[in-house]
Design a protein around this ligand. Structure first.
Ligand SMILES: Cc1cc2nc3c(=O)[nH]c(=O)nc-3n(C[C@H](O)[C@H](O)[C@H](O)COP(=O)(O)OP(=O)(O)OC[C@H]3O[C@@H](n4cnc5c(N)ncnc54)[C@H](O)[C@@H]3O)c2cc1C
Length: 401
């Protein structure tokens, strides 16, 4: 009911994929939205690309699924490998065809999804997306929130009835709300590089998504539509700027697969990786979603997926409250629904994946790989494992599927 609220808008701080999805979903349900993005334009970086089956189910209505299918790569099969032993276990998501309309992962870079969402937001009257608008302060009371924003024209304040912090792992909103971010940060960085070199032709038997264990240097080899991406750890003794040099990356790739020619390196990036979950997802009229609420390592491709699920849950609740169809208690259900998934599913599975890939103790390593082999040979166990790792199990638990 327009006019019932003091400021007549929801403010979204951070126009990454999670903030953009939240904006589109609210706008399409008749809630006026303003998005503030600190950067001057769409941020292009090579973080998320894996989108899991239930995320595709849940994003069908807003058009994002069609977009990702048209612009991504369908990957029904993924592998655990070992640097010395080759394939350890192979998992085929078509086993989930009774559980999802999309029994495969789609590899579509997150900046493409965000660009699509920007385009869709622009079509809905009453929504605004402002680049080069960095929130530096926030006051929240019973009537709403007021953000102090640095803009190219100087400092200004913007009022809103509700505010959603989707401003990433280092969230200013979370810090201003004084919400602890419990967890830990790994000592090593993760290096991401990309090349057009065709690993499938050179490594017979590999598929588009490969998690490769090694006690010295594990790696994740991932095909996206126009290149292969490699994610690997960087020894903590190496400074981040030294790890993104041509020499370092060339050496790492030659180590992975020696060849006479140098690799053509077309993208590179280096990331600090943490496992953390915000102590609370709500403070009065302010909410956290996406990396602002939970961050995890990328081994399993779950951070962005979980953030998109946050946006779906929160915007459904907020739009019902906005239109007078539900009362405030529905908003409390957001944290109750989403925070356990971050802890029990996203964090737990990604931590388990990292431990498995990097295990150095030969006996523990042997047992883990044998366990994987046994599971892959047992259809009932494989099915349960796929429900978990595709996020279907946790979404069912939380009532989102
Ligand atoms: C190497 C790597 C690979 C990954 N792969 C996967 C994967 O395959 N699948 C998966 O699900 N997840 C993956 N992730 C995780 C995924 O990238 C994140 O979960 C995702 O980016 C979270 O989106 P977000 O919108 O919450 O935050 P972000 O993408 O970090 O966006 C936050 C936005 O807020 C803006 N901002 C920050 N501060 C302010 C401020 N004060 N005012 C206004 N704006 C602000 C930033 O400029 C940015 O645009 C990966 C992560 C890494 C590091």
């Amino acid at each position: 009911m327009a006019g019932r609220w003091k400021h007549d808008r929801v403010l979204i701080v951070g126009g990454g994929p999670v903030g953009s999805l939240a904006a589109l979903l609210l706008a399409r349900r008749g809630v006026p939205v303003t998005v503030l993005e600190a950067e001057p334009e769409l941020v292009i970086d090579y973080r998320a690309s894996t989108i899991h089956p239930p995320t595709l189910d849940l994003l069908e209505d807003c058009g994002a699924t069609r977009f990702m299918l048209d612009n991504g790569l369908k990957c029904p099969v993924w592998q655990y490998r070992d640097r010395n032993e080759g394939t350890v276990a192979e998992f085929d998501l078509s086993m989930l065809s009774g559980d999802t309309r999309y029994p495969y992962r789609v590899q579509c870079e997150q900046f493409k999804l965000t660009g699509f969402l920007y385009g869709e937001i622009a079509r809905v009257p009453g929504t605004a997306l402002h680049f080069s608008h960095r929130v530096v302060d926030l006051a929240v009371d019973d009537d709403g929130a007021t953000a102090t924003v640095e803009t190219p024209a100087g400092r200004t304040t913007i009022g809103a009835d509700f505010v959603i912090g989707t401003d990433g792992g280092r969230s200013t909103v979370r810090k201003l709300l004084d919400i602890p971010f419990d967890g830990y940060t790994h000592p090593e960085h993760f290096l991401v590089s990309g090349t057009r070199f065709d690993f499938k032709a050179a490594m017979p038997g590999i598929c588009s998504v490969n998690y490769t264990a090694d006690p010295v240097e594990w790696y994740l080899l991932l095909q996206i539509p126009d290149m292969w991406r490699i994610i690997m750890p960087v020894d903590p003794s190496v400074e981040a700027p030294d790890a993104i040099t041509d020499g370092y990356i060339q050496n790492a790739l030659q180590n992975l697969l020696p060849r006479a020619e140098p690799y053509e390196i077309i993208v590179r990036g280096i990331y600090r990786v943490s496992q953390r979950v915000a102590h609370s997802y709500r403070r009065g009229r302010a909410f956290l979603a996406g990396d602002a609420a939970h961050i995890n390592n990328p081994l399993g491709g779950m951070g962005l997926n979980g953030g998109l699920h946050d946006a779906l849950s929160l915007t459904d609740r907020l739009s019902r409250v906005w239109h007078g169809e539900a009362d405030d208690a529905l908003l409390d259900g957001y944290e109750a629904q989403r925070r356990p998934e971050a802890i029990n599913a996203i964090n737990a599975i990604t931590e388990r994946n990292k431990r498995l890939l990097e295990e150095r103790e030969p006996e523990v390593r042997r047992r883990s790989l044998d366990e994987l082999r046994r599971m892959a040979a047992d259809p009932a166990a494989t099915y349960q494992f796929l429900l978990q790792t595709s996020m279907i199990a946790s979404l069912r638990w939380s009532g989102m599927l």
